[in-house]
Write a protein that binds this ligand. Structure first.
Ligand code: DAH
Length: 339
């Protein structure tokens, strides 16, 4: 009988049930009224009294082991039957990845936000434009080289319809509809017929600013741009304006900021000059005001234009312009914390 009990003990560990039905069959086989345990109890009655104590204990242990094993098989079957095999309840949950704002959008929003606080409102215009709004109304002479195929994408069947090459066209769109005071900020995409490389692209983004009112002066322009530079690049940022030329402004200037990487001491980023260029600006040429229906004998204005890619590169040191349009999530994920 001792042998039988040992053999049964070994069987218990190997018991398997694919479902609750099989587990119940095992229960009947071992623990049922006509089951194996019952037969053993019968046999136990005729065992010699001096062996009863030891055998009795062994039988109890066996019965308990069988009961526990069958109960656990029943529990397992219940879990798999309700959850189904497709759901693994033991798997560690992982965070669901969230998308991020594009770095150019982050920077555009920041620029718009700074100028909004200074009272500028948002204005937008079409990307497919006519020659008038992009060039003629902005005082470009008929033979200005910027109209050349080198620069401008023409719509073949309509030589007058082009993809805008700068957001200055939105200045014209605003002035033809609205009399001063005008204080607008105009972000948007622009197109130029350039070979794509790390430093140039056939499309990029600009933000145009325009302020027209009575008595607007160059000092106003300079003060607003200083404030913008310090908000964008930090309170210690300095600016300098260098004389330049644009058809639509007179006088015109290009603005540099003190290099925010070396603090103006000179480093490889600023080519050891301590300064980096960030935008073009100037007083709106009276010819532009008049061409767009605003009396230049009453009003004056200033304008500025900057590349969003340029500002983003300065802020985040993106080395290759093409990364902005490749949508590589490894690049975009680097801006999660800036969102
Ligand atoms: N439109 C110029 C460009 O695309 C940028 C610019 C310069 C805009 C001076 C302005 C300005 O409004 O005053 O390079």
């Amino acid at each position: 009988m001792l042998n039988k009990i040992d053999k049964l003990m070994a069987e218990v560990a190997a018991m398997h049930a694919k479902n609750a039905g099989e587990a119940e069959n095992l229960r009947i086989k071992y623990l049922g009224r006509k089951g194996i345990m019952n037969d053993l109890m019968e046999e136990f009655r005729s065992v010699a009294p001096e062996k009863k104590r030891e055998l009795g204990q062994k039988l109890n242990t066996l019965k308990q082991a069988i009961t526990e094993r069958i109960n656990s098989l029943k529990d397992q079957a219940a879990v798999t039957e309700t959850a189904g095999p497709a759901v693994d309840l033991t798997r560690t949950p992982y965070p669901i990845p969230l998308g991020t704002r594009h770095p150019l959008t982050i920077v555009k929003n920041e620029i718009v936000d700074i100028f909004s606080r200074l009272g500028f409102t948002l204005a937008e215009g079409p990307e497919v434009e006519d020659d008038w709004h992009v060039y003629s109304s902005m005082n470009f002479a008929d033979d200005h080289p910027a109209r050349d195929m080198q620069d401008t994408f023409f719509i073949e069947s309509h030589p007058d319809i082009i993809l805008r090459s700068h957001t200055s066209s939105v200045q014209a769109r605003v002035m033809e509809k609205q009399q001063p005071p005008i204080r607008v900020i105009c972000p948007g995409r622009v197109y130029r017929n350039e070979a794509i490389s790390a430093r140039a692209h056939c499309f990029f983004h600009q933000v145009e600013g325009l302020y027209v009112d009575k008595n607007v002066s160059f000092t106003d322009l300079k003060q607003v741009l200083l404030l913008f530079a310090q908000e964008m690049f930090g309170p210690d940022t300095k600016i300098r304006l260098r004389p330049s030329y644009f058809p639509f402004t007179e006088p015109s200037a290009e603005m540099d900021i003190s290099c925010h990487l070396c603090g103006g001491k000179g480093c490889s980023f600023c080519k050891h000059t301590g300064w980096v260029e960030i935008l073009g600006c100037g007083m709106v040429d009276p010819a532009v005001l008049d061409a767009n229906g605003i009396d230049s004998s009453v009003y004056t204005g200033y304008a500025f234009g900057m590349g969003i890619e340029r500002i983003t590169n300065l802020k985040y040191q993106v080395k290759d312009l093409r990364m902005f349009s490749e949508n590589d999530t490894r690049f975009l994920d680097e801006f999660v914390s800036a969102n």
